[in-house]
Design a protein around this ligand. Sequence first.
Ligand code: CO
Length: 209
Amino acid sequence: MRVLKELFEKNKKWADKVKAKNPDFFTNLSKQQNPEYLWIGCSDSRVPANEIVDMLPGEIFVHRNIANLVVHTDLNCLSVIQYAVEVLKVKHIIVCGHYGCGGIKAAMDNKDHGLIDNWLRNISDIHRYYREHIDSLKDDNEKINLLCELNVIEQVANVCHTTIVQNAWRSGQKLAVHGWIYSIEDGILKDLNVCTTNLDEISQTHRIK
Ligand code: CO
């Protein structure tokens, strides 16, 4: 119980496998990281960023939380975005949700889940904005999956509304913000076509002049 031997054995095997393919891999990586992508995804164990897009360590900078939320006062997420944009100069920020998300389900079931309900309130707000559209669907899973998509679209807007992203655009930095959704059932990603690349594409109410 005190030492997870199996995980250390797996780690050794994995490191050996990577080194067998590229003996300098870890030495080169230890000198710098230069990822082109920031991934903001759900903490769900079935949605691991690197594996889904088949990328090696060093290729993708990652922030994950329950239901892939970007909350304007979340210093953790904002610090990740700031570091990724200002220091690493990533070219793309990807907000990736997934169908059947437990966070979205919990936000919709009106039960008491304890402290986490305060986090899930952010999703309930989105539910309220789109209540008519969501309630027009009959099937519960369809409702959940629609809110999973709408949540990604809202979080893309939240990323774009940060002072960090707006200031990057104002200074001419090339940066695209994408909204994707992943299906756990078949392992396939879908682009929600909300890619945003400049200040003119965001709402006037949130735009810095
Ligand atoms: Co989830």
